[in-house]
Design a protein around this ligand. Structure first.
Ligand SMILES: [Mn+2]
Length: 328
């Protein structure tokens, strides 16, 4: 379906109901949070009630943009049980990517999805995907423009944050001339690019710096160009940090010149292993992540593992090597 074909479908969906619950994937990132914020504000400007649910914290992103407040699972269920609610899933399309909220769409009167990931297990009534878009926020930018939905300063900040996040600060291979043009348009609409980029990539607490130091200390480079580092809950506690508040370590590890594929494993508060993958070459790490129930893109992907952490590492290394073999 083309963008132009989808716009009337989206507009009809946005006009049809009175209240909407918007969600993104588990452990939401800058794109997913930016997209949900922009969509909630767009609906609000149309006189609708809009709510946002995530399984995971948005705390790391609040200093970059004025985010839409979020509900927890209990509040979301109560909301949907009380009055009819339509559901919008952003930056994820597969049924397992909603985490604890996976049953929420079942309570909705209608359900659409907008995403830029490769689709494997779609479950919305209508899924609109642009797999070549750098971010879900880029898709929303185009849809809003075509639909004539005004983008105010707060929405521009949210969309800019998402695009900046998913392109690694306009550096990843998914960045094109058009990405910069959209970013320029968003700056014209009021996006504070200096604040967002500085907060996203150049502002870290000393605690974060020390954790990064610990991650570098633990990193091991293998002969085939895989860089792997794992941090247990104890490692985090030693640095005085909450493992669920940490993000971005994998990108810093991947800056290592020798690393072709980087894998970072961390044990969260529940003992689950959160795995982030980065690839600088041809290796498609999203194919690796999908074997473990995760997803992502060729250069960046993620998944979770039941643990223990060393078993997760062993299985990941094996899967990455197998994936590297397929390109050889
Ligand atoms: Mn995204």
């Amino acid at each position: 379906m083309t963008r132009e074909d989808f716009v009337p479908v989206l507009l009809d969906f946005m006009h049809r109901y009175d209240r909407y619950l918007i969600a993104g994937h588990l452990n939401p990132d800058g794109d997913c949070i930016g997209a949900a914020t922009a969509m909630a504000l767009a609906l609000q400007s149309m006189g609708k009630e809009a709510f946002v649910y995530f399984d995971g914290s948005t705390d790391g992103y609040t200093r970059m943009a004025d985010l839409y407040p979020t509900l927890d699972l209990e509040e979301s269920c109560a909301l949907m049980d009380m009055k009819p609610c339509a559901f919008i899933l952003l930056d994820a399309a597969d049924d397992h990517r909603l985490g604890k909220g996976k049953d929420l769409p079942g309570k909705a009167v209608d359900f659409i999805c907008i995403d830029h990931h490769v689709q494997t297990n779609v479950y919305a009534r209508m899924t609109y995907a642009e797999e070549h878009a750098c971010a879900t926020c880029e898709i929303l930018y185009h849809l809003f423009r075509i639909a004539g939905i005004p983008i105010n300063r707060r929405m521009a900040n949210a969309l800019f944050m998402g695009i900046a996040f998913d392109t690694g600060g306009f550096r990843h291979t998914n960045t094109s001339a058009s990405t910069y043009r959209i970013a320029g348009e968003l700056i014209d609409m009021g996006a504070d690019h200096k604040k967002i980029l500085n907060q996203m990539y150049h502002t870290h607490s000393l605690k974060e710096m020390k954790i990064l130091g610990e991650a570098y200390r633990k990193a091991k480079l293998y002969e085939d160009g895989i860089l792997a580092a794992e941090m247990t809950r104890a490692d985090f506690l030693k640095s005085g940090a909450d493992p669920d508040e940490i993000s971005g370590i994998v990108d810093r590890l991947a800056e290592t010149s020798e690393a072709l594929v980087t894998v970072f494993l961390r044990e969260n508060a529940e003992g689950k292993i959160i795995i982030s993958l980065r690839s600088k070459g041809k290796t498609d790490v999203s194919r690796v992540a999908r074997q473990f129930g995760g997803g992502g893109h060729v250069p960046a992907a993620g998944c979770t593992h039941e643990g223990p952490i060393l078993l997760a590492k062993e299985e990941l290394l094996k899967a990455i090597r197998a994936e590297m073999q397929t390109e050889a």
